[in-house]
Design a protein around this ligand. Structure first.
Ligand code: PMP
Ligand code: GLN
Length: 384
């Protein structure tokens, strides 16, 4: 492995899912649902395969049906108008969108400011692009991990090229509020920064939380690359269909990089996802309600089992503090948890540069069937 990637070995998700398979433990580590998305959308994929749509290379930017559906979704939901021909790009999941955006927009030596803890591919992609990551740490405050806007402002230097945002935020479940997003937008405009914003959990916001795309703030549309994912929104993580919306110059740049990563991917699935994005609002509402009930069950169960619980406002992850259980090291805790309790979780420390900050936090995924979550809770209660 070259020097740029030396610190990135096997991803934590692969390590922990392998541990779950080896031990037969309940896997609340890697974030993937244990029930597939809508039957009619699976049927749409089968139809596309049978009709020979997408079995050969689809168009580089994505099939027109899906680009139109993405544009329509952004307009319908957020009032954001994007031209499907020049401002929408289909990618091999959000993972490729993140990689292509960073490879396209970061010059070697540029600083990339990102909210820590961050999704694991961010650090690796910044490194592959030759950039320097500058973490701004979200810290617990009144039951949630919050951004300190002064720290964010201080993190921006003359070498900062872009902000890499994620809301709703994995792994903390934080959803950035309108005033926070407005302040971030003002900073980006004032310092002339680009923003790549990972909004793959846009449909998973709970209680009174609201997802507001950063691109909808004044001055942001022209400088923002927004990323979405069918894996997260429709529970088809294996299909690897993601998308980017951005103004033409930015989109063209991201597309240039994307061409040389996968060129294209997921042909027939693109047609199915186009149909999924056109599902009625009742689908999205039911999905959110289902996940909210699962959050409630797991958050309450973890609290009963003795964990400190940060009730997430979004995503399908709960971050916990293991110190009330007399534990301090999330890594050691997660490595022993399958044996001690038959459950797999992820140590948040892997998402930090400041490993010490993340040491006592452990993430559990709740995108699992209710009986599975109930059983996991019963097992975790034996820890206390
Ligand atoms: N960003 C975040 C914050 C994620 O949690 C994930 C999925 N784990 C991704 C990106 C990757 O999405 P995809 O599966 O569409 O590549
Ligand atoms: N996004 C998922 C998570 O955070 C996992 C994705 C992956 O395995 N790369 O758990």
């Amino acid at each position: 492995l070259n020097r740029r990637l030396a610190e990135f070995g096997t991803t934590i998700f692969a390590e922990m899912s392998a541990l779950a398979v080896r031990t037969g433990a309940i896997n609340l580590g890697q974030g993937f649902p244990d029930t597939d998305g809508p039957e009619e959308i699976r049927e749409a994929a089968v139809r596309a395969l049978r009709d020979g749509r997408g079995n050969q290379y689809p168009p580089g930017p994505g099939v027109p049906e899906l680009r139109a559906a993405v544009a329509d979704h952004q307009l319908r939901r957020y009032g954001l108008s994007y031209d499907p021909d020049t401002e929408v790009l289909v990618t091999a999941g959000a993972t490729e969108a993140i990689a292509a955006a960073l490879l396209a927009l970061v010059e070697p030596g540029d600083e990339v400011v990102a909210l820590e803890p961050y999704y694991d591919s961010y650090a690796a992609c910044v490194a592959m692009a030759g950039g320097t990551r500058v973490p701004v740490t979200l810290r617990p405050h009144e039951g949630a991990f919050r951004l300190d806007l002064d720290e964010l402002r201080d993190a921006v230097t003359d070498r900062t090229r872009l902000l890499l945002l994620n809301t709703p935020h994995n792994p903390t479940g934080t959803v950035l509020t309108r005033p926070e997003l407005a302040a971030i937008a003002e900073l980006a405009v004032e310092r002339d920064l680009l923003v790549v914003t990972d909004e793959v959990y846009e449909h998973l916001v709970f209680d009174t939380a609201e997802h507001i795309p950063l691109a909808s703030f004044p001055g942001m549309r022209e400088r923002t690359v927004t990323i979405g994912s069918a894996g997260k929104t429709f529970s088809f993580t294996g299909w690897k269909v993601g998308w980017v919306t951005a103004a033409p110059a930015l989109l063209t740049a991201v597309r240039s990089a994307k061409q040389y990563l996968t060129y294209v991917a997921s042909g027939p699935f693109q047609y199915a996802v186009a149909e999924a994005l056109a599902l009625p609002e009742s689908y999205f509402a039911a999905y959110r309600q289902d996940m909210e009930a699962k959050r409630d069950l797991l958050a309450a169960g973890l609290a009963e089992a003795g964990f400190g619980v940060y009730r997430p406002a979004g995503t399908y992850f709960v971050t916990t503090d293991i110190r009330p259980l007399g534990e301090r090291d999330g890594f050691a805790f997660c490595r022993s948890l399958p044996e001690r309790a038959g459950v797999v979780a992820v140590p948040n420390a892997v998402f930090y540069d400041h490993r010490e900050e993340g040491a006592p936090f452990v993430r559990f995924a709740f995108c699992k069937r209710l009986p599975v979550l109930q059983e996991a809770v019963q097992r975790l209660k034996t820890l206390a």
